[in-house]
Write a new protein. Structure first.
Length: 440
């Protein structure tokens, strides 16, 4: 997002500036050290067979960088003065200057920033540069620069969804249930294993209900603890009839933590999936469906974020922090935000599930980040949009109004504190209770 700071690590001591040769030598050493670290990360990922996961994580980092590039390119095209474009935060590792703009890399590669002159009324700018500041630019240009980051995410989300729909294809449910695997935990024989239910079988009927959906099948099992459930299965060309007695989830939870969040629900120890077929759109139809899908998910993200910050959502999240759940389908888990650690877990799960899951993950991240950044609070991009609109309303002919950003700093600090709190608690949850693979 465009930076609202006025100083970035400025040195206020009286030590003399290093010579150009010394600065270049120091910068070169830091770059070599940085590249060695990157090479070590790649080597470690190759050693643990996680190169594909590393590629997905790198793609997510690239999306964040493209967010900043949106601000950068629109500011340049709008005639604003850009002074810095950095990847990462923290200590400067390596940088160079071209045309008065410093480009570089900082230590923490978790985003980036673009510094535009005169983002606020309190920033001091040399008189000769005032005409090229953000605050002196026209209203349409300020709006464009402010929303450009989120616009980049929406463009990427559209492209990813278009590829998913027109190239990779998407799964359409046939309305049935497929038993993908049967648990065989140490010292505990699952009801499904005991009833000789084979993995790879399709459920034709459960308690007389033909071709049950996964939700119907799951509901019957959950509510039938210690009661017989009659199944009709198909394996290849064979039809099998089995009776299974679900047990309380606490029985299997003794050896498998996946079942801990299910409490007293009935379980039989199987993993189920919806029976599906893959459908691919034409390029034209895929583009249309990508637009409608993007709009639908964007509105769902808005509703989801508002729900998270509602009184009920806050209470649910607090309950999740105190009593974490690892089930992705629980109400508390669905109120969770993901930290960088959680994103790595999700990337790894998506890689194992296949290219469609990877594209789905990248799509959802782009939509969420694009929507979240447009919420009307500094330091988010939406905060700059609201200020620009307010200034436009208060301005009169030949007299431009500039909002006093210092009056907004308490709100800005509160937003930063909330983001920090979410970051710390989500990191705690992702380390101690990572969500079970949502990609099945």
């Amino acid at each position: 997002m465009p930076s609202i700071d006025t100083v970035d690590g400025a040195d206020t001591s009286e030590n003399p500036e290093p010579s150009l040769a010394e600065a270049r030598s120091f910068s070169g050493r830091r770059l070599i050290e940085f590249l060695i670290v990157i090479a070590a990360i790649i080597a470690f990922a190759a050693h643990v067979h996680a190169l594909s996961t590393l590629v997905v994580v790198a793609a997510i980092a690239a999306m964040i960088i493209l967010h900043e590039f949106g601000h950068y390119i629109t500011a340049r095209l709008s005639g604003m003065k850009v002074t810095e474009f950095f990847i990462g935060f923290g200590p400067r590792i390596w940088s160079f200057k071209v045309g008065g703009i410093e480009y570089g890399i900082k230590a923490l590669i978790v985003g980036g920033y673009v510094r535009i002159a005169g983002m606020t009324n309190v920033e001091e700018v040399p008189p000769q540069d005032e005409a090229r500041t953000y605050r002196q630019s026209t209203f349409p240009r300020r709006i464009l620069v402010s929303v450009a980051g989120s616009l980049m995410h929406f463009i990427m989300a559209f492209a990813i969804l278009w590829v998913l729909l027109s190239g990779v294809g998407f799964a359409v449910s046939n309305g049935g249930t497929y038993i993908a695997s049967v648990a065989k935990a140490p010292h505990v024989v699952s009801p499904a294993y005991q009833a000789h239910i084979p993995a790879g079988s399709t459920v034709l009927a459960v308690n007389g209900i033909h071709h049950p959906s996964t939700s119907t099948f799951g509901k019957i099992i959950e509510t039938s603890a210690n009661k017989p459930v009659h199944l009709t299965l198909r394996v290849g060309s064979k039809v099998l009839y089995r009776t299974v007695v679900p047990v309380s989830a606490s029985v299997l939870a003794r050896t498998d933590p996946v079942y801990k969040s299910l409490h007293g629900s009935g379980v039989i120890g199987v993993t189920i999936e919806s029976t599906t077929k893959t459908v691919t759109d034409s390029l034209v139809a895929g583009a249309g469906h990508a637009v409608t899908g993007l709009v639908s998910y964007a509105w769902s993200s808005v509703a989801g974020i508002l729900s998270h910050f509602s009184p009920h959502g806050i209470a649910t999240y607090a309950q999740e922090v105190v009593h974490p759940s690892s089930s992705p389908t629980s109400a508390r888990s669905q109120s969770r935000f993901e930290s960088p650690v959680g994103i790595v877990y999700l990337a790894n799960d998506a890689v194992r599930a296949g290219i469609a899951a990877v594209l789905e993950l990248l799509f959802l991240i782009n939509v969420f980040v694009g929507v979240f950044n447009l919420f009307p609070f500094l330091p988010l991009d939406g905060g700059h949009v609201v200020i620009a609109i307010y200034e436009r309303i208060r301005s009169r002919k030949n007299r431009r109004y500039h909002a006093d950003v210092m009056k907004l700093m308490p709100v800005t600090y509160a937003v930063l504190a909330i983001i920090l709190l979410i970051g710390v608690t989500s990191l705690y949850l992702d380390i101690t209770h990572p969500i079970f693979n949502p990609f099945g």
